[in-house]
Design a binder for this molecule. Structure first.
Ligand SMILES: Cc1ncc(C[n+]2csc(CCOP(=O)(O)OP(=O)(O)O)c2C)c(N)n1
Ligand SMILES: [Mg+2]
Length: 411
């Protein structure tokens, strides 16, 4: 069992090692980790002394909305995976299993907040009204970004692990200064306070950037929420290699609150994130949220998880499915009926058709724009490389573009 190329000699093919965590906590004299949960896998509500009052604000319509969002993004994920398999996308990064962590946190944000995602936050993108078809432009390789972050306060995807946590803290410190300036010039104040949310993964938590950003956030009491999706894997490396204690406990070392939440419970994620963003907006400083969840699918479409983990572990997490538990609750409470779920399905299919159609229609940009956009001003080296490229391309003049013959022959 277990793949031999992994860095940990202890690795036994499972990402979940409660004993390791318990042993480390006992050695430090810490109480066992607590996890906030408001809706269990059985679809029944759990009472929490702090967060239940946040959950009570979610009326039937909002709960149905959270379900519809999770179903939409799961349907989108299936469609994008299919588009990659058909050669329409270069790569896809699936989110299945993490819908509650993303929709719950994204829906708790307000328009004035600013979000820094990784490369997997498609669910958060949906909550920020990013056009999901635009989001695919980068994965098709026809854009370096895909959308204008200024339109939605949802930053471009960052592929360099953890780099965005530093950007987020810098941005939060900027907000802090803007607000100070605004308060000095307009004591009545018309702008609502804003906070920043930085997403990152369990693997990225080992990067120095995360440490530096947490030190700075704490030193300056910056209005930032660090949202770590502990999906238990960093490609083939299990989260037990990244940390011996709950990641949320690390916040203590920096001097701000850390909360572990059931990341498959959309109600709890929403409640905890709402609390944390309020805390940050009120000038009380940063918060770390660890959403305890699971990447049910592959790391990307270029990955095969059967090579490094047991299917029993996947099955155990499928039983905690975020959509299934909310459906159980909505049905049991009479908050949604068959007609609602049929409509959600039809809407998902419509979204998938839109995304498919739009992806096929995305235009391939002229490669010369890559040369033109390298520097603001002309540069002799770029000009030389462009000249080489044009000469090279001219050598193909009159030839059929690759793949054309096959397509035309109907293969
Ligand atoms: C600085 C840096 N190092 C390595 C990589 C290669 N890499 C891409 S994703 C990934 C795993 C990240 O795992 P995690 O932070 O848990 O996020 P997840 O993919 O599980 O959402 C690695 C090592 C990278 N993109 N950037
Ligand atoms: Mg991970």
């Amino acid at each position: 069992m277990g793949a031999t190329h992994l860095p940990s000699t202890e690795f036994d093919g499972t990402a979940v090692d409660d004993q390791l965590e318990a042993d480390a906590e006992a050695a430090m004299g810490e109480p066992p980790a607590q996890m906030v949960q408001l809706l269990g896998p059985d679809g029944k509500l759990v009472t929490d002394p702090v967060y239940s009052k946040y959950a009570e604000k979610l009326d039937a319509e909002k709960l149905r909305g959270l379900y519809a969002d999770m179903a939409a993004i799961r349907r989108f994920d299936v469609e994008a995976t299919a588009l990659q398999r058909q050669g329409q996308l270069a790569l896809w990064v699936p989110l299945t299993g993490q819908e509650a962590a993303q929709i719950g946190s994204g829906r708790a944000s307000q328009p004035q907040d600013y979000i820094f995602p990784t490369y997997r936050e498609h669910g958060v993108a949906l909550t920020r009204n990013v056009d999901l078809a635009e989001l695919l432009r980068q994965f098709r390789g026809v854009s370096n970004g895909g959308w204008n972050p200024k339109d939605t306060n949802f930053h471009l995807y960052t592929l360099v692990l953890a780099a965005q946590t530093l950007h987020a803290v810098g941005y939060a410190m900027g907000i802090q200064r803007d607000q100070k300036f605004a308060a000095a010039s307009d004591p009545v104040g018309t702008e609502p306070p804003a906070a920043v949310m930085a997403y990152f993964g369990d693997g990225a938590s080992s990067e120095g950037d995360v440490h530096e950003s947490m030190v700075f956030a704490s030193s300056y009491n910056a209005p930032v929420v660090f949202f770590c999706q502990n999906n238990h894997w960093a490609i083939s490396v299990p989260s037990t290699v990244q940390t011996r204690i709950p990641l949320s406990n690390r916040a203590k070392g920096y001097g701000f609150p850390g909360i572990r939440v059931d990341g498959n419970d959309v109600i709890a994620v929403h409640a905890v994130t709402e609390w944390a963003l309020d805390h940050a907006r009120q000038g009380k400083g940063p918060v770390l949220i660890e959403a305890f969840t699971y990447r049910v699918g592959a790391h990307t479409t270029a990955d095969d998880p059967t090579k490094y983990r047991e299917s029993a572990e996947e099955d155990a997490w499928r039983a905690k499915d975020p959509l299934a538990r909310l459906e159980k609750y909505l049905r049991a409470e009479g908050l949604a009926d068959d007609a609602f779920f049929a409509k959600v399905k039809a809407d998902g299919d419509e979204l998938a058709a839109y995304v498919r159609r739009t992806t096929h229609d995305l235009e391939t940009p002229d490669i010369r724009t890559a040369f033109a956009n390298t520097y603001v001003e002309a540069h002799p080296l770029v000009a030389e490389e462009l000249a080489w490229f044009e000469e090279y391309s001219a050598g193909f003049a009159g030839e059929e573009p690759a793949g054309q013959a096959e397509t035309e022959a109907g293969h």
